[in-house]
Write a protein that binds this ligand. Structure first.
Ligand SMILES: NC(=O)c1ccc[n+]([C@@H]2O[C@H](COP(=O)([O-])OP(=O)(O)OC[C@H]3O[C@@H](n4cnc5c(N)ncnc54)[C@H](O)[C@@H]3O)[C@@H](O)[C@H]2O)c1
Length: 461
C-alpha cells in the first residue's frame, strides 16, 4: 500500500505540470508566476459501483495526525486539535520552517511529545506520508495542494482531511473518489460552515418539518478579500493567482454545504445541473491601481475573475439553489444562507425566520428567539468547549466531530462524495461561464447510490 515516494513525487509533478499548474505552486510562493488549470468538464467513467453503505474505518483509541500547511487556518486547527481528547499531532509540515517550529513548540507546550517537522520543500508531505505512522493526514494548504496531499495520504494508508474546496477540477474529484474507494480511506472535506450555530439550528428546524418541504436555497461567499488577495503574506501569496486564471465560483462550499444538508444531497437528492454567469471583472484592477505605484508588478497583472458570480443549481428532485461568489468588491461579509420551504424560511445576514401561522403575517422574526427551542443538540453540548475557537466556535466543532468519528469507527459527517459534489461547482461554473452560461450536468459521483444512502441525522458530541 505504501507508494514509492520518488515515483509519487515525479508522477505528481509531471501530472501537475501537464495540467498547467505553474512554478509558483511548485515552489510555494510568488503568485505572479502562478498558472492554474483551466476548467474542463470532460466526463470520466468510474469503473465500479459506489459502496452500498457509507465507509467507516475500524475504531481507534488515539488518532495520530500529520498536519500539512500551518498558516492561518492550519494553525487554528492545530490549536483546536491539541484541546480535543483522543488525538495527537505526530508530524507537522510547512514550506516555511519557522511555522513548523512554532507549531512544534505549541504542541509541546500542550504537554505532548514534539512532533516531527517536515519543511524540506513543497513535496515534503510525501516523505511524511511515507515515513510516519499516522492515522490521518490533515491539510490546510493553498488549493492547488489539496489533492496531491490527500492522494499521497490515502496511497500510504492514511485517512485524509482537507480544507475547502477539496479540489477544483472534475478529474481531481474522481481521483479523490477512486482513491478513497480503492484504499478504503476517509477523504473528508472540512466544511466548517455546516457546523455554524445558525446553520445547524436551521438544519434542525428543517428536520423537524418547521419550514415544510424544502424547495429552494441560496448561499454564497460574499467577502471583500481585496486586501487579503493583495497581501504580501498568507493568502496573498497564492489566492490572487486564481483570479488571474479562472472565472467562475472559486469558493462554493461555505454557501452550499449547509444547504446540501438541508436538501439531503447525496442522501435522497443530488445536484443535477448548473448554469453560471459572472459579472465584469473590475474590483481587483481598481484596487491595484489605487494601492500600488505605477510600474509595480501588481499593476501589470490581468484579472479574469468576474467580481460577482451567480450559479443556479437544479437538483434531481427539482429543488433550486442559487450560489454566489463575490470577493473583489467593497461589501460587508455574508454567506446568505436562505433555506425555503412550503411553510416558511430561514435567512441569514441578519439571521431571521418566517414561519406561516407562527410569525406575524409578512414580518421577519430574529432567529435568536428560536434558539431556545431549536438550537442544535451538538451546539448545546459543545458551546462551552468551543468558546474562543475560530469562526465563532464552529471550527472546533468540525475538528471535534472528525476525531470522534474516527475514534468510534463511524462514517464521517462529510464524506468524499460530499467533498467532490460541493467542490465540483467550481469547474462546472467555469465551464458554463466560458460557454455562454450553457447548462452543464453534474457528474454522479455516487453512481446512483444517492437514492438509497441514509440522510444525515442529528449528530451529537
Ligand atoms: N474553512 C474556512 O473558514 C477557511 C478559512 C481560511 C482558509 N481556508 C482554507 O484553508 C486553506 C489555507 O488557507 P490559509 O488562509 O490558512 O492560507 P495561508 O496561506 O495562511 O496558509 C497556507 C499554508 O500552507 C503552506 N504551504 C504552501 N504550500 C505548501 C506545501 N506544498 N506543503 C506544505 N505547506 C505548504 C504555506 O506556507 C502556509 O503556511 C485554503 O484551502 C483555504 O481555502 C478555509
Amino acid at each position: 500500500m505504501t507508494a514509492n515516494s520518488d515515483e509519487l513525487d515525479r508522477r505528481d509533478v509531471l501530472k501537475l505540470i501537464a495540467g498547467g499548474l505553474g512554478l509558483a505552486a511548485l515552489g510555494g510562493s510568488a503568485a505572479c508566476a502562478h498558472t492554474v488549470r483551466a476548467a474542463s468538464v470532460e466526463p470520466r467513467r468510474h469503473s465500479g459501483p459506489a459502496p452500498e453503505r457509507f465507509f467507516a474505518a475500524p475504531p481507534m483509541d488515539t488518532v495520530r495526525i500529520g498536519f500539512v500547511g500551518v498558516g492561518g487556518m492550519g494553525s487554528a486547527h492545530v490549536r483546536n486539535l491539541i484541546r480535543i481528547d483522543g488525538c495527537v499531532i505526530k508530524a507537522v509540515g510547512d514550506i516555511v520552517p519557522e511555522k513548523v517550529t512554532r507549531m512544534q513548540d505549541l504542541v509541546v507546550e500542550a504537554g505532548f511529545p514534539r512532533p516531527t517537522g517536515y519543511s524540506r520543500g513543497p513535496w515534503d508531505f510525501v516523505r511524511m506520508c511515507d515515513e510516519e505512522d499516522l492515522d490521518l493526514v490533515y491539510n490546510a494548504t493553498p488549493w492547488e495542494w489539496h489533492v496531491p496531499i490527500c492522494l499521497a495520504a490515502m496511497r500510504n494508508g492514511k485517512h485524509a482531511a482537507t480544507e475547502v474546496p477539496a479540489t477544483y477540477t472534475v478529474e481531481d474529484c474522481w481521483a479523490l473518489v477512486e482513491h478513497a474507494e480503492t484504499y478504503d480511506k476517509h477523504c473528508v472535506m472540512m466544511e466548517n460552515c455546516t457546523y455554524g450555530r445558525m446553520e445547524m439550528m436551521a438544519f434542525n428546524m428543517v428536520r423537524q418539518g418547521v419550514f415544510g418541504e424544502i424547495v429552494h436555497g441560496e448561499g454564497g461567499y460574499l467577502h471583500d478579500l481585496r486586501s487579503v488577495k493583495f497581501s504580501l503574506e498568507g493568502e496573498g501569496l497564492w489566492r490572487r493567482a486564481h483570479s488571474m486564471q479562472r472565472n467562475g465560483n472559486l469558493y462554493p462550499t461555505h454557501g452550499l454545504g449547509p444547504l446540501a444538508n438541508c436538501m439531503d444531497i447525496n442522501r435522497g437528492d443530488r445536484f443535477a445541473s448548473l448554469v453560471s454567469m459572472s459579472s465584469p471583472s473590475r474590483g481587483l484592477q481598481l484596487y491595484a491601481r489605487e494601492h500600488f505605484p505605477e510600474g509595480s508588478p501588481q499593476r501589470r497583472e490581468r484579472y479574469v475573475l468576474g467580481d460577482v458570480n451567480m450559479s443556479l443549481i437544479r437538483t434531481a428532485n427539482g429543488r433550486t439553489i442559487c450560489v454566489s461568489h463575490d470577493t473583489n468588491l467593497p461589501r460587508p461579509y455574508s454567506r446568505v444562507h436562505l433555506v425555503q420551504g412550503t411553510r416558511g424560511l430561514f435567512q441569514g445576514y441578519p439571521d431571521r425566520v418566517y414561519i406561516e401561522g407562527r410569525s406575524k403575517a409578512d414580518e421577519w422574526e430574529p432567529a435568536e428567539t428560536y434558539l431556545a427551542e431549536f438550537d442544535h443538540p451538538l451546539w448545546k453540548q459543545m458551546e462551552e468547549k468551543s468558546r474562543g475557537a475560530g469562526h465563532g466556535g464552529m471550527d472546533y466543532l468540525e475538528d471535534y466531530r472528525l476525531i470522534k468519528c474516527l475514534r468510534e469507527g463511524l462514517p464521517t459527517d462529510i464524506n468524499v462524495y460530499d467533498a467532490v459534489s460541493l467542490s465540483v461547482v467550481t469547474p462546472l461554473s467555469e465551464w458554463s461561464v466560458a460557454n455562454g452560461s450553457r447548462p452543464v450536468e453534474f457528474p454522479d459521483f455516487t453512481r446512483g447510490r444517492w437514492k438509497t444512502w441514509p440522510r444525515l441525522g442529528i449528530i451529537t458530541a
